[in-house]
Design a protein around this ligand. Structure first.
Ligand SMILES: Nc1ncnc2c1ncn2[C@@H]1O[C@H](COP(=O)(O)OP(=O)(O)OP(=O)(O)O)[C@@H](O)[C@H]1O
Length: 588
């Protein structure tokens, strides 16, 4: 949490003024019992109406000044706390953008959402409360005690007994409830997690008639949370009756001792009332202090969780060369520019963090400029893992990847990725117009370039039918488009970048065969001639590639052209003939 306090540094003035104004308010509050005493002892005792009115006006003035101080303090503390929250949120968001996929996989997106939302809100609420109360409450407790001593030392001795007893009760309850509140928080996290998962998978849940089971799961977690809250609420609930018993006991003692001393003329009635008021003020502030400590403890726990994420250093070092494929040079001066492979895997293996074994093992191949590389293999054979290493979503754990002759790790990741067009398995679009979505590929792209990309990605026809065409509004997650339409737009988005390397990771799965074939033909005829990686489970999608890499359980079972593999690679034969039975092929 300490490390987060730097986000308050732009709010130094507010962080000083808020507690100061609260103390000012408290000082005026401490004067009120004395004025009350004067009203009773002088005004009422002497039936001095003008004096009573004057003192009432003083009371109103004290109240008004206190109110202004309180509002001012509230303003400064709210400004500092919301500025703090905004700063932390911005820093955390930026930090998450820099984390590698390995780190994001390890933390999990649900956890990151909780850190960015409820954890930051709790930390912000903690800062707000601390700024307002951390000086004010102790100030009132000690101030009221000192004032009591100035009124009457003997009667004030009752405070010396009552305050420690009150403190023991208030802080005892707090100590017991604090770990319980932590438990409540973790139950709340589980409920949030379940809710998020449930909402994200609502369609699947309904399709599989799992509503009842999901409802029961939610009920169970919600009930656990409710029980935990009730339990901690019951213990917290003890605080008020116990403290009031002690305070009322103290007040009885004060009144009794006061009455005796009033009788002998050592104390006035007004002073007894002032002492009672000070006792009540102390009680209120001790309860506030306990609540402050509970909130701060929660805020510190949340702050530590946020700090934990901020502390994670991305384990992927950024290179410092700018990726310029046009003037790619090789360290080997004798090598001709055209002979430098666009992508080269040199005995590459990949083990995901925490995984039991390798997902890719000893992969070696060269993809020359303008070539199309097909990657085929069964589910989980490592196809996505292989292409994900080209834009450095993951780094090789063994071996080396070279892009245009240089170690991939030497390039600045941002510049490397700006020349790679990636179309992932899951088509993700964002709320906004079609044009806005396409310009993610290149924000400076002209309308003509967008049209060209739509043409190649076979999206033009359906975009023509949408009202407003490029200005058609895509809803959140692209829910007003079909799966195939979304896929075509994500392909167009990657093409707008005019990439040197284009990766299509099973991204034509929602397209019919004819559209898939037209797409591949259009990509082949692109004038910029990118190196294309097509990942697919369909043999028809890769069979015309210059090279096909057949993956089997993370290993390259064969690399070659369709004709070569059909002769030499049993794994490829198995895939191909399972989709195009031998009889059909020979008859055709
Ligand atoms: N982020 C990850 N963390 C840990 N293991 C992973 C991760 N991504 C993939 N794997 C594992 O690596 C192996 C290869 O997965 P990959 O997604 O590359 O296969 P694939 O051939 O693309 O499969 P599919 O055709 O089903 O998409 C699998 O065993 C998978 O469980």
């Amino acid at each position: 949490m300490k490390s987060l306090l730097i986000y308050l540094k732009n709010y130094k003035k507010e962080s000083v003024l808020a507690p100061l104004f609260k103390m000012l308010e408290a000082s005026f509050e401490l004067l009120v019992p004395l004025v009350m005493a004067a009203v009773i002892d002088v005004g009422i005792a002497d039936k001095n109406e003008p004096y009573i009115i004057k003192m009432c006006l003083v009371l109103i003035a004290l109240g008004l000044i206190g109110l202004v101080c309180s509002i001012t303090a509230q303003y400064f503390s709210a400004k500092a706390a919301s500025g703090f929250g905004t700063g932390v949120r911005r820093a955390l968001f930026e930090h998450i953008q820099n984390l590698t996929f390995t780190e994001m996989d390890t933390i999990g997106s649900s956890t990151l959402i909780t850190r960015l939302t409820s954890d930051i809100n709790q930390a912000q609420a903690g800062v707000n409360l601390v700024l307002r109360l951390f000086l004010r409450s102790p100030f009132i407790v000690f101030g009221a005690m000192i004032m009591a001593f100035t009124v009457d030392v003997q009667a004030a001795l009752i405070f010396v007994v009552v305050i420690p007893v009150l403190s023991v009760i208030v802080f005892g309850v707090m100590l017991v409830t604090m770990p319980l509140y932590r438990k409540v928080q973790s139950h709340l996290d589980s409920v949030l997690l379940t809710t998020r998962e449930n909402l994200a998978g609502a369609r699947v849940i309904r399709a599989f008639n799992k509503e009842e089971e999901e409802r029961e799961r939610f009920e169970e977690e919600n009930q656990t949370l409710t029980d935990a809250q009730k339990f901690v609420g019951r213990i917290s609930g003890l605080m008020n009756p116990l403290t009031y018993i002690v305070v009322n006991g103290g007040i009885i003692a004060l009144i009794y001792a006061g009455a005796v001393r009033v009788n002998v003329g050592d104390l006035t009635q007004g002073e007894v009332v002032a002492l009672v008021n000070y006792m009540s003020q102390i009680l209120v502030e001790l309860v506030k202090l306990a609540n402050l400590i509970i909130t701060v403890t929660k805020a510190v726990a949340c702050g530590n969780r946020i700090g934990g994420v901020l502390k994670i250093q991305p384990d992927m070092q950024d290179g410092d060369s700018i990726f310029r494929p046009a003037d790619a040079i090789s360290k080997d001066a004798a090598q001709r520019r055209e002979d430098i492979p666009a992508v080269e895997f040199d005995h590459v293996s990949l083990t995901y963090k925490g995984a039991a074994g390798e997902s890719l093992t000893d992969i070696t191949f060269r993809a020359m400029r303008g070539q199309t590389i097909g990657i085929i293999g069964g589910t989980g054979s490592g196809k996505s893992s292989l292409v994900n290493m080209i834009p450095r979503f993951y780094d090789a754990t063994c071996g080396m990847i070279r892009i245009f002759g240089n170690d991939i790790r030497d390039y600045k990741t941002e510049s490397l990725r700006s020349h790679i067009g990636v179309v992932l398995q899951k088509a993700v679009l964002f709320k906004g117009t079609i044009a806005e979505n396409l310009r993610w590929g290149n924000e400076k792209a002209s309308d003509e370039e967008l049209e060209e990309a739509l043409e190649i990605s076979q999206a033009k026809e359906f975009v023509d039918q949408k009202p407003g065409r490029l200005e058609f509004q895509i809803e959140q997650g692209g829910r007003n488009l079909s799966g195939g339409q979304k896929q075509r737009l994500t392909i167009a988005r990657a093409l707008v970048r005019k990439p040197e390397i284009l990766i299509l990771d099973d991204s034509a799965s929602a397209l019919d065969f004819a559209t898939d074939a037209a797409l591949r033909a259009a990509i082949r005829s692109m004038k910029d001639d990118p190196t294309v990686f097509i990942v697919s489970q369909r043999a028809s999608s890769v069979q015309y590639a210059d090279q096909i890499i057949v993956l089997d359980d993370g290993r390259a079972a064969g690399i070659g052209t369709h004709d070569e593999l059909l002769v030499s690679c049993p794994a490829y034969q198995e895939i191909y003939y399972s989709q195009f039975p031998k009889e059909a092929v020979s008859n055709g």
